[in-house]
Design a protein around this ligand. Structure first.
Ligand SMILES: [Ca+2]
Length: 173
């Protein structure tokens, strides 16, 4: 399976089969795996990742998703793997962990920990820089919508100019 391209319906069905096929699969609540099975899942998928990256995914689900990776979340994330920007948006949409409607410094830190591991070529920005750039209505907070817009703008290539020698954004994504 080529994870650098959008996955087909057949690919997603195959991934679902792999997910359900793991010995630790639990069929309750729509189906889920314990976060501890993520390394095995990534290996089964044939998705080429470093040990450090796999550990970052695992820790993320361990810490922020109650130690559980649901089949639904897995398929949603799988569909974004070919484009870092989509992956980032998928993550950001779930990142208002306290339900405030805004991205806090803590939530931003969690988000970037996973994103930078997922794609090490992303610009590493402090929360202050993120706030300054993303808070377009200048109320001192970054709403989910502003965050989503910021991801669009920051991962669209224009601000990755210094990464030019790494190739075009199309390569990057
Ligand atoms: Ca704002």
């Amino acid at each position: 399976m080529d994870f650098s391209k959008p996955l087909s319906t057949d690919d997603l069905q195959e991934l679902e089969k792999m997910f359900r096929g793991l010995a630790t699969f639990n069929s309750s609540d729509g189906g889920w795996l314990p976060a501890s099975s993520i390394p095995e899942l990534v290996k089964t998928m044939g998705y080429s990742r470093t040990e450090e990256q796999v550990l970052a995914y695992q820790e993320h689900f361990q810490t922020y998703h109650g130690g559980v990776l649901t089949l639904k979340e897995f398929l949603e994330v799988a569909a974004t793997l070919h484009k870092t920007r989509l992956f980032a948006k998928e993550y950001a949409s779930k990142f208002d962990t306290n339900g405030s409607g805004f991205i806090s410094a803590e939530e931003y830190a969690m988000l970037m920990t996973v994103l930078v591991k997922h794609d090490p070529r992303l610009p590493k920005k402090s929360f202050e820089e993120f706030l300054a750039e993303a808070d377009t209505n200048q109320d001192g907070k970054v709403s989910l919508e502003e965050c989503s817009q910021w991801i669009e703008e920051n991962l669209d290539g224009s601000s990755l100019g210094s990464a030019g020698d790494l190739g075009t954004l199309d390569d990057l994504e």
